[in-house]
Every structure is written in C-alpha cells, then in structure tokens.
Design a protein around this ligand. Structure first.
Ligand code: NAI
Length: 663
C-alpha cells in the first residue's frame, strides 16, 4: 500500500500483486491507509487506486475455509464511508467481488475503458458479503443489481457507465489526474448507505421468475437479498447479507466450488511450460463428422483461419460458415500451423492419414489427434518425427463442452505439449493433462459408471429407475438418457473391437448390443433405451425394451430384484470412484483434482458436489466402504482391487485417491 499527497488529496494505491486480491494483509493495510490519511488535518479528498494492472480482483479463496481474519471487508468499507471527505475509486483491470464492493463504498468511481466489473460470488456458491447487494441496488436499481448478482457476469466499462455503476470512463493516461480532480470537486459525500429505505420492490416474483430453470439456492438468495434489501434500512440489509454470506461460505457447496477452482489452477500450472511455442494462426481439421464439423466451427469462431478436409463431399456440406475453407484434398493443410484429425476411430485410417499429412505440412507444424480411445504412442509410429504429435481430446459438442484432455505421447516434445496446452486455453477450454490409457481420464471413469448402470439393469432396475435416481443425485441426465442422446453406436463398435481380447471371466451385459442389433441406436434413430414418439421431449419407456431386458436377464441366469434409489446412487457413485482410483493408480491422471475436473466439466457431474471423489470424501467411512463393496460384488474380477472393502477395510488405491484431496 502506498500513500501519496497531491495537495489536499491523498492517493492510496493498493499494492498486492498479482491481482490485489483481498487477503487479511491487504485489508489491514487498506484500513491503516484510510485511517492514516483520515487524520490529515488539511485533507479534502481521497483517491483509492491500484499500483498494478488490476484494481482488486476478488478475495483469496484459501481464507474461506476457516474463520475470516480481521479486519474484515465490511469494516474497511465502513471506514471509507466514515471519512468526512469524498473518496473516489480509480479503477483499472479487474474490480470483482470484494473489489467491486469496496468501490461501491466510495463516493464516486472512474474507470479506464478496459475495466471489467462483476460479482463472481454466485459461481463460488456464496453471495456478496460486504454490501454488494445492498449498495448496487441503491446505485443502479434493483433490476440491474439483481442481474449482476445472480448471473455473476462481468460488465465492460461502457455498460458499467450506462448502468451508472461507474461515473466516468477515462483513458489510462488521465485516470489518476481525473480521479484527483473529482475527489477535490465532489464537495460532499455520496454515501449509498444513506439512501433511505424505500417501499418494497413491486416486481419481486417477476424478477425471481427470470432465474434459470435449474439454479442453485445461493443464486436465488443473492437475488432475494437485492430485492428485500431495498425496503430495509441499510444497516439491517447489510447485516442480513453478511449473515447469508457467512452461512454459505462454510457450506459444502461453496467448499466444492472453491476446490474445483483450485483444481483448475493446478491443472493449468501443470500444463504451463517455458518452452517457446510458435504462434498458431491457421488450423486444419481433418474429418467433418460429428466432431470435425464442431471443431472447425470452434476454431473459426475463435478467430483462427480454418480449413476442413473430408473425403466425403456430403460431410463438408454441413459446414455452413463461409469463413471456413472446405476441401476434399489434404494439400490445403500445407501451410497450417496445426492440423488436428477427427477421422474414423480406426488405427489404420489414422496411420495412413498421419503419414500423408507429414509429407505435406511444414516441418514445424504440429499434428494432433482427437481420438477417444486409441493408443497415441502406437499412432505416433506412423510419423518420422513423432515429437511434433500429441493428443488433444475434445468432447461432444466441442463448441460447448469445456473439457479438453491434453495427452502427450512418449515422444512428444516439450514444445508440442506446451503448444497443445496453450491452444486449449486460447480456445477458452479447461485443459486437463492426461497420460495414455484406455479412454484417458474422462471416458475411462464414465465407462465404469455406464457399465455399472447396465449391471443395475441386469440386476433388476429399469433404465428409467436408474436415470431418475441419478437425476435425483444431481446429474442433469441419467446414464441411459445420455447414451440415447449421444448414440449407442460408438460404444458398440468399441465393444466389438475389444471383444476378442476381453477376459471371459468379466461380467458382460449384452442388453446394449441387442438394442444396437435391432437398430435402436439412440435418439437419432428414433429408438434406443427409450422410445421417442413424435413430439416427445424425452424418451418414454418401451415395452419392447422391457421384454428384451427380461430375456437378457433370463439368459444371464439373473433373477431380477427390486433395487432402491439409494443402492443405485451408491453403486454408480462408487463405480466412478473405482474408475478414478484406477486412473490415478495407473498414472493416467496425475492428480485427484484432474479427475474431478474432467468429470464436472466434461460429463456434467454436478459442480456443487465438487466431482465424484470430492463428493465421496464427504461420506462417512462406513458409507464409503459399503459403496465400494457393492461395486466389488457387482463384478469381483473387474474390481479385484476393491476386495478389501468387502472386509471393511479401505482399499489402498482408493485411500491414495482420497489423500490426493488433502493437498
Ligand atoms: P464421424 O464418423 O462422425 O466422422 C468422421 C469423418 O471423417 C467422416 O465425415 C469421414 O468422411 C471423415 N474421414 C474418414 N477418413 C478420412 C480421411 N482419411 N480423410 C478425410 N476424411 C476422412 O466421427 P466422429 O464421431 O466425429 O469421431 C471422429 C474422431 O473423434 C474419432 O477419433 C472419435 O473417437 C473422436 N471423438 C468422437 C467424439 C464423439 O462424441 N463423437 C468425442 C470425442 C472424440
């Protein structure tokens, strides 16, 4: 914190790199500075600004797990409001969360054109806690404040100015001077807390009705604080807000979301590299199928020069964006900086393609594969320079799904690995490093989940019962609805490919194969695990499938029994944890957090539970062991590693997985 004198104006600069986030130390220094300048006998105004690129970007989330250290932010803001002279916040970079709340405690706000303001709290399972809901409603009105608090979106300088959130936009070079002039000329305080209680806001129900259909309780609470706060005295409203904030801060939900935030940081750090990378401007996508078409659109939307090649002109017809160059000939990729292949999931096809590509691209161009399951090291043998090649595994639909697994092969150079990681980040994705193993991280864990879902059906549950139980658990859609949505054919062809090498002692449920054999390939075929009559929004149970399941049970010698919701949830959750333990044990995942990140971002595992492992860690040890034992019993051969659980002991590989959370 530095203090400078400009005649009768004090300029306080927050100096806590890298982003001036609120910590006990930062708040203490800020309060000291306010107290110090407040004692100047000739003081006529104060400017609070930043010594760095950002004004004040949120709070240090690490502090949130325990009691917050003094001084807490409300006292710092109260000290600003208690000064007799006007205080102007001079904003640049990020003013988020506590940073925006602090700025709202000042009497006026000026900002550079690049500033971004917002209340990200809802994304962390909490609500603003230092007057954000109270002061914003008094400054910009209930409706606008409701929007900012419940969406957490960032607003730009011009929007902030038209909302009245900031008073003036000033070029960076003139920011401080203008703030000083304003502090000297405002004359009197403009304390937002002095705006008195109004009559209740009339549009309460209408505003709450605008919340997204599926929203977390804290989102509604934040909105309600904005609405109810306007009809209370400021001190009552501030107290109510702080109480909610303190309750939510220590909730499991907020703990989960913070955990995922840190997992993202660790994954990003693991992918960061000092290796110099060549900039990627022109990208080639090979294959314009489900994934290729989406990938081409993603690259084009993000401003890359994009070319897409497919052997079938029909496939290219689905590219409708003029910005994307389409071709049936590979040589359009000659001057690409990176080429990613999304052709058929077939080693021979990929080998032939990579060999041809290597012959025509620049020696420094990067080659990547979007394969879901194939061995990247084996794929690399097609290349004379495998150091330039690696996996970049996107998920369907690639424009919307946030997850990308970055998979270096044994020969992949540091430079290539760095370039793949940087590209994923530049595309706005959450990049998770993965080693090589069947299905990498996400698909591998999800496969355990899906297989267990099929065991449950063979044991007696109906697909709809399984789906309903998992929707109650928190998944947006149950496993059978998901399978119907994405199509049953990909997994079917994989099962056929692996059939000859499958251990015959492993439990195998053949219901999905039988569905596929009768053409029930999912929603796109009009039938899968469910029937899809004209106009139905979701699938409906189909007597034909019920019969087929009955026959498969009889053939497998299983007498169906009724299975309750909690057993379904326990076994499916346990199966994901078992998959996660195997993925960590084999080294395919380096960190427990990477697995939870992959499942929440790529497979819609509820973020508020923190991911399968984080959620599992909150269960009692008895419940954990009973879930693992149930998974073990469902197929003792596949799950030998869980045998300890059936004797009441924690299997070491699960223990290791859980230990990974502590770090
Ligand atoms: P797809 O079958 O929908 O499309 C493949 C396209 O590649 C077809 O249009 C085909 O004409 C074209 N193609 C095949 N060989 C070619 C060649 N030598 N040169 C030029 N074009 C060629 O396949 P999909 O589902 O898009 O999968 C592509 C790859 O992405 C696979 O490796 C798959 O494992 C992977 N993947 C698929 C996901 C999915 O959900 N569908 C998700 C993530 C990865």
């Amino acid at each position: 914190m530095t203090i400078e004198r400009h005649d009768h104006i004090a300029v306080v600069s927050i100096d806590h790199p890298p982003v001036n986030a609120g910590t006990a130390k930062q708040r203490g220094a800020l309060l000291d500075a306010i107290t110090t300048v407040g004692a100047w006998p000739d003081l006529s105004g104060v400017v609070v600004t930043t010594a760095g690129k950002h004004f004040y970007a949120g709070s240090d989330l690490k502090e949130f797990d325990g009691p917050l250290a003094e001084p807490q932010l409300p006292s710092v803001i109260a000290a600003v409001e208690a000064l007799d002279v006007p205080v102007v916040a001079a904003l640049r970079g990020l003013a988020l969360g506590g940073g925006l709340e602090f700025a709202l405690g000042c009497d006026a706000r000026v900002a550079t054109p690049e500033v971004q303001l917002g209340f990200p709290e809802v994304g962390f399972g909490i609500v603003p806690g230092a007057g954000g809901t109270v002061r914003s409603a008094r400054l910009i009105g209930v409706e606008a404040a409701f929007d900012l608090v419940t969406t957490g979106r960032r607003v730009t300088a011009s929007e902030a100015c038209s909302l009245g959130l900031v008073d003036e936009i000033v070029a960076e070079s003139a920011l401080l001077e203008r703030a000083i002039t304003l502090a000297g000329s405002l004359g009197e305080k403009r304390r937002l807390v002095e705006i008195g209680a109004e009559t209740p806001f009339p549009g309460r129900d209408e505003l709450l009705g605008r919340l997204p259909r599926r929203h977390r309780p804290n989102v509604r609470l934040g909105g309600e604080l904005v609405i109810s706060g306007i009809a209370l005295s400021a001190s009552e409203a501030l107290t109510a807000e702080r109480e909610r904030f303190d309750e939510l801060r220590v909730s499991d939900e907020s703990n989960s979301l913070r955990y995922l935030f840190f997992a993202r940081q660790s994954a990003a750090k693991a992918l960061r590299s000092r290796a110099a990378t060549t900039p990627i401007k022109r990208v080639g996508v090979i294959g314009a199928g489900t994934m290729g078409a989406g990938l081409a659109q993603l690259f084009a939307d993000k401003g890359y020069e994009t070319v897409v090649v497919d052997g079938h002109p029909d496939a290219l017809a689905r590219i409708t964006d003029d910005a994307i160059l389409t071709s049936t000939a590979l040589d359009v990729c000659a001057d690409c900086d990176l080429v990613i292949e999304a052709v058929y999931e077939d080693m021979q096809v990929k080998h032939d393609l990579l060999r041809e590509l290597e012959g025509l691209v620049r020696p420094d161009a990067i080659l990547a594969t979007n394969t879901s399951y194939l061995d990247i090291n084996e794929m690399a043998t097609a290349l004379s320079d495998p150091s330039r090649f690696g996996g970049l595994h996107f998920f369907n639909p690639p424009q919307r799904n946030k997850l990308v697994e970055v998979i270096p092969g044994a020969a992949t150079s540091e430079q290539t690995r760095a370039a793949l990681g940087e590209l994923a980040t530049a595309l706005g994705k959450i990049a998770v490093p993965s080693g090589i193993g069947d299905g990498f991280i996400g698909n591998r864990v999800y496969a355990d989940y899906r297989t267990q879902a099929e065991f449950l059906v063979e044991d007696g549950a109906s697909p709809a019962e399984v789906d309903r139980a998992m929707e109650l658990f928190g998944m947006a859609m149950g496993p059978f609805s998901v399978a119907d949505m994405s199509g049953l054919d990909i997994a079917w062809s994989r099962r056929k490919r692996l059939a000859s090498s499958r251990d015959p002692r492993l439990r195998y449920v053949s219901i999905a194969d039988r569905l596929c054999e009768t053409g029930r390939l999912g929603k796109k075929a009009g039938a899968g695990w469910y029937a899809y009559p004209e106009g139905a929004r979701r699938g409906v149970e189909d007597p034909t499938v019920v019969d087929l399941i009955d026959r498969c049970r009889a053939e497998a010698g299983v007498t169906p029994r009724s299975i309750d919701v909690s057993e379904i949830q326990r076994r499916l959750h346990g199966a994901m944890v078992a998959g996660a333990a195997a993925v960590l044990d084999s080294g395919v995942a380096e960190r427990t957090g990477d697995i939870d990140l992959a499942l929440t971002e790529g497979f819609a595992f509820p973020r508020h539970l923190g991911g399968p492992v984080k959620a599992f860690s909150r269960m009692t040890e008895d419940d954990q062991l009973s879930a693992l034992a149930a998974v073990y019993c469902s197929d003792p051969i596949a799950y030998t590693a869980l045998a300890d659980s059936s004797r009441g002991e924690m299997p070491p590989l699960v223990q290791r997985l859980l230990n990974g959370l502590a770090k």
